[in-house]
Design a protein around this ligand. Structure first.
Ligand SMILES: Cc1ncc(COP(=O)(O)O)c(C=O)c1O
Length: 373
């Protein structure tokens, strides 16, 4: 035990720097307005209906093994077929989480001698996947297409450009059409992680690539955010699925997701596809809140679009104090600090969901507006 004494110092350092996260956190107070989850369509909070549960009766709770070792259930295959059809790609492979999908896909696709051009704000799971791949990684400034073009000049066996559809801490999007053109011209592979845009944008919620008519080589979607369930998938041509099935270590060496959960998730996917009214309401709330906060003099980045509305405050202590004062006003808004975001850009991340009423939004806008200097 003494050998772990260094943790006392490390934890004290986190506290001193305002970076401490409390591992004893209890579930959030249900009387607070949730402005922090990724439950954009307010589906995660909805109990599974009796009909869905009945329809799922008889489906196994556990897969019992990896997909490669007979863990495959019909529920996995049905969900994968529905997901591929949703995002208009030929095939999809289900992973337990988005973290596992990104780590598995990037490390299976890229390798030594390859080049990965990665946006500076890419999610930790994409970064970890790139690191595991042992490819050369060039990080380009956020949403800078010219920098991507320059980075792609570097000779390599294979070249990848990796971006997100909607950035989770900044709420903005890259120019997907331009990136598709640039990668096509360079013979590079375009990887788009639509964790935060699937279900929110595009026809039937199919995402920003679908909205913009962009066909990525590798599409990643998560099922724990707008879809309101859990898991993730990688979609693309059938050879991509076959390769990941064989080589994505987070897929191969992991028990298959629960078949019961896969069946419930399929039900949620169908609900998400049909949720145009929720999407319209959500995007309306987002437009109103963004305009009001900017009007109040708060720093909401210019290109923010959609349900993630960041309010930049600078240092971690200020973000924490703002979050605490909002809590007293009945709002649950998370302070986001390094290492999740770069030093000096601590912020409130206001995350909207479709269950918020116009009156609740009005109250939230007033409370947030009062934080303006
Ligand atoms: C862009 C992005 N990709 C992947 C993930 C990981 O997904 P999951 O939570 O399903 O592991 C997240 C967040 O959790 C994310 O923000």
């Amino acid at each position: 035990v003494a050998a772990l004494d260094f943790l006392d110092d490390e934890l004290a350092r986190l506290r001193r720097d305002g970076l401490w996260r409390d591992p004893d956190a209890t579930p959030p107070d249900p009387t607070l307005l949730d402005l922090t989850s990724n439950d954009y369509l307010a589906l995660a909070r909805e109990p599974v209906s009796r009909e869905t549960l009945l329809a799922c009766s008889g489906i196994r709770a556990g897969a019992g093994a990896s997909r490669l070792l007979d863990g495959t259930d019909r529920a996995h295959l049905a969900l994968e077929a529905a997901l591929a059809a949703w995002v208009r790609l030929p095939s999809a492979l289900l992973f337990s989480t988005g973290y596992a999908a990104n780590v598995g896909a990037m490390s299976a696709l890229a390798g030594p001698g390859d080049l990965v051009v990665s946006d500076a704000l890419n999610h930790a799971s994409l970064i970890d996947g790139c690191r595991l791949s042992r490819a050369t990684v060039r990080v380009t400034p956020h949403r800078d297409v010219d920098a991507v073009v320059r980075a792609l000049d570097e000779p390599a066996r294979r070249r990848f450009v990796v971006v997100e559809g909607l950035y989770s801490m900044d709420g903005d999007s890259p120019d997907l059409r331009a990136l598709r053109e640039v990668t096509q011209r360079a013979g590079a592979i375009l990887v788009v992680d639509e964790a935060h845009s699937l279900g929110v944008f595009g026809p039937r919620g199919a995402g920003l690539c679908a909205e913009q008519g962009v066909v990525p080589d590798v599409f990643i979607g998560t099922l724990g955010k707008a879809v309101g369930a859990a898991g993730a998938f990688v979609a693309g041509r059938p050879e991509l699925r076959a390769w990941l099935w064989n080589r994505a270590r987070s897929f191969v060496f992991s028990t298959a997701p629960s078949p019961l959960l896969a069946a419930v998730t399929l039900d949620r996917v169908l609900t998400t596809q049909a949720a145009d009214a929720r999407r319209a309401h959500l995007l309306g709330l987002a437009g109103t809140l963004t305009a009001r906060l900017r009007g109040a003099g708060l720093n909401v980045p210019a290109d923010t679009r959609g349900p993630i509305v960041p309010v930049l405050l600078g240092d971690p202590e200020r973000a924490l104090a703002a979050s605490a004062s909002l809590r007293r006003a009945g709002l649950h808004v998370r302070a986001i600090r390094p290492p999740t975001v770069p030093e000096g850009t601590s912020r409130l991340r206001v995350s909207l969901h479709a269950g918020i009423t116009a009156a609740q939004l009005d109250a939230a806008a007033a409370a947030l507006g009062s934080l303006a200097p």
